[in-house]
Every structure is written in structure tokens, then in C-alpha cells.
Design a protein around this ligand. Structure first.
Ligand SMILES: C[S@@+](CC[C@H](N)C(=O)[O-])C[C@H]1O[C@@H](n2cnc3c(N)ncnc32)[C@H](O)[C@@H]1O
Length: 310
């Protein structure tokens, strides 16, 4: 007997965490944000397979247009797309950006957000170009693969540069917490005495780029949120980190402090943490509370490198 398989059911997509009061989330929606570990990958979604998409637009223009173009590519004919963003974080440009893709857009303004709705038209413009501009690419001057939207995607952060300059010889099993595209990890793995390095980041795009940048059998790559425990990681000899700081807002400071505590919990007794941070950020107290000894190795250009022993 032959069983006739029907067409695959359409998926309702969600990208990021749009405020619930501003956009309805369909029940059973599939999360596609690269900043939510474990979520589905929009790039892998076949054309025409999405029944709808509700998207919180990212603040970066190239990154936002890339995600909208990927959504339009994956949506079925006439399927609805809702994109919203705070007015001052890309929201005021959404309408024009969607119109440039050939969409008819209805726009609403609520709670400092712009909310744009459209449906997937049969013919679109500029989708392939937006996808090419926002895709993973080789940043020639850096010699690293990267992607718009990833932290400092096409340059070396001055804090990371300072840590690179003062990186002591490391040995044994370690981790790069908040590894980004692998700038610190590549330097760490230059030491033959390093036997294993786990690179962890919240951003899948960063982890994917790092995987491509670090072709080393000693490296393993984990897409995870360091606010939670990372399964199977512990007893380390060293940790290197340039913790997330963004605008230096209260939430980001707390996140940096979580990175310090997470480092302490991942190290064996006597293991070393090397951390770089903007000198204004309040990490000293949490370092002292979490480690047996803490030393300021260098301060330059507005950054501090600390070395702490667990
Ligand atoms: C200051 S950047 C450093 C990136 C890289 N190590 C470098 O030196 O270029 C901090 C990194 O932490 C990541 N990050 C932010 N929040 C995180 C979290 N909760 N868990 C894991 N990684 C996180 C960001 O995606 C970013 O790549």
C-alpha cells in the first residue's frame, strides 16, 4: 500500500522576543533568533516553508535587513510578516526597508516602537543582495570570518587587543567565555601546552564563525548562555574572557559579574582567570569575592587586564 505524504505543515516563526503587548505570537511558534541558544536556523529554512513570521528587528541595519530578507525568502506566498523595533533602534527605518524589498507596508506606532506588517509578495527586490551583505564573510584585514551583528564584527575590540598583548603562556584545559569569532582563542591555541579549549558564546553566528576561524582539533564550540551552567565543562586550568559590556548599562554590568562568577565555578583550585574590561566597570569586588587572589596586570587605553587565581 502506498501512503501519500501531504505537503509539510507551514511553520509559524518568531525572531527574538518582541513585547507580547505589541505583537501576537502564534501558539507553537518556532524561535529563529541566533541569540537564543537551541533555536532553529532561519538560513536552513526552505523557501516557502513559513506560514508567518513575527520579528523583533535588530538595531544594526545590515543585520536587520539580512534577517528580514531571510524571513521573506522563507515565507510562503501571501504569508504575513510583522517586524517591530524601538523607534530609535531601527524602528523608524523599518517601513522604508520593507518597501525597498517591494513590500506593501502598514505601519503602527505604539510604546516607542514602530510595528510594520506586510504579506509576502510573489515578486520581491533586493532580497539576495541583503542576504549577501549580511552573511558570514571573510574580513580580509583581520583574517577572520565574521558576520554583521556579531560583537565588533569587522575589527578587533581595543580591550581584546590589550589582553592579546599581555596574554601569558597558558597550558592545559581552558575556556574562552564569550568567545565571539575566536580572536582570543586563536592566540591561546598558539601555545602548544594548551591541550583543550572550549569556546562558548550566546550568539550562534559568532560560534559558527569561530568554528571556521579555529581549525584546531583541541577546540570545541558551544552555543550557550553563560548565565546558566554549561554541561560537561569544569575543572579547568584557565579561562580567558572579555565579558559582554555593550553600553555599560546596569544589566550589562550584572552580566559581566555573572561571567566572573561563572569563570570561578569552572576553574580548578589554582586555575587562572585572565579578564579584560573597561576600567570603569565594577568587576573588582566580584573578582575579590570569587577568587583567592586578584592582580591587576595592566591598565592602558581605558581598559584593565586582571589575573585571578581560583
Ligand atoms: C566583549 S565580547 C568579546 C568577544 C571576543 N572574545 C573578542 O574578544 O572579540 C563578549 C561576547 O560575549 C557574548 N555574550 C553576551 N552575553 C552572553 C551570555 N549570556 N552567554 C554567553 N556569551 C555571551 C557576546 O555575544 C560577545 O561575543
Amino acid at each position: 500500500m502506498t501512503t501519500l505524504a501531504g505537503p509539510a505543515p507551514l511553520i509559524f516563526g518568531l525572531y527574538g522576543e518582541p513585547p507580547a503587548e505589541l505583537a501576537d505570537r502564534p501558539e507553537g511558534a518556532v524561535q529563529f533568533s541566533p541569540l537564543v541558544p537551541g533555536s532553529a536556523v532561519l538560513e536552513d529554512q526552505p523557501a516557502g516553508s513559513l506560514g508567518s513570521m513575527v520579528m523583533l528587528g535588530s538595531p544594526g541595519t545590515v543585520e536587520r535587513r539580512y534577517a528580514m530578507a531571510q524571513a521573506l525568502r522563507a515565507l510562503a506566498a501571501a504569508a504575513p510578516l510583522t517586524v517591530l523595533a524601538p523607534k530609535d533602534k531601527g524602528g523608524s527605518r523599518l517601513r522604508k526597508e520593507l518597501e525597498a524589498f517591494g513590500c506593501d507596508v502598514a505601519e503602527d506606532a505604539r510604546r516607542h516602537h514602530r510595528i510594520c506588517t506586510t504579506v509576502r509578495r510573489a515578486s520581491l527586490a533586493g532580497v539576495d543582495e541583503a542576504i549577501a551583505a549580511g552573511a558570514q564573510q571573510l574580513v580580509e584585514p583581520l583574517g577572520f570570518w565574521s558576520q554583521p551583528g556579531v560583537f565588533a564584527w569587522d575589527r578587533i575590540d581595543p580591550g581584546s587587543a590589550l589582553l592579546l598583548e599581555h596574554l601569558p603562556p597558558l597550558a592545559g584545559r581552558g575556556a574562552d567565555l564569550g568567545c565571539g569569532i575566536g580572536i582570543l582563542s586563536r592566540a591561546v591555541l598558539a601555545a602548544p601546552a594548551v591541550t583543550e579549549l572550549t569556546l562558548v558564546d550566546l550568539d550562534r553566528r559568532a560560534v559558527d564563525a569561530a568554528r571556521r576561524n579555529i581549525a584546531d582539533p583541541r577546540a570545541r564550540f558551544v552555543w550557550a548562555d553563560l548565565r546558566r551552567e554549561v554541561a560537561g565543562l569544569g575543572g579547568l586550568d584557565f579561562v580567558v574572557t572579555n565579558p559582554p559590556f555593550h553600553d555599560g548599562g546596569a544589566e550589562d554590568r550584572a552580566l559581566g559579574q555573572v561571567f566572573v562568577r561563572r569563570s570561578a565555578s569552572l576553574l580548578r583550585r589554582g586555575g587562572r582567570l585572565l579578564l579584560v574590561a573597561n576600567r570603569h566597570l565594577p568587576y573588582e569586588a566580584v573578582l575579590k569575592a570569587s577568587f583567592r587572589s586578584v592582580a591587576l596586570r595592566v591598565e592602558a587605553g581605558g581598559y584593565k587586564v586582571y589575573e585571578a587565581e581560583a
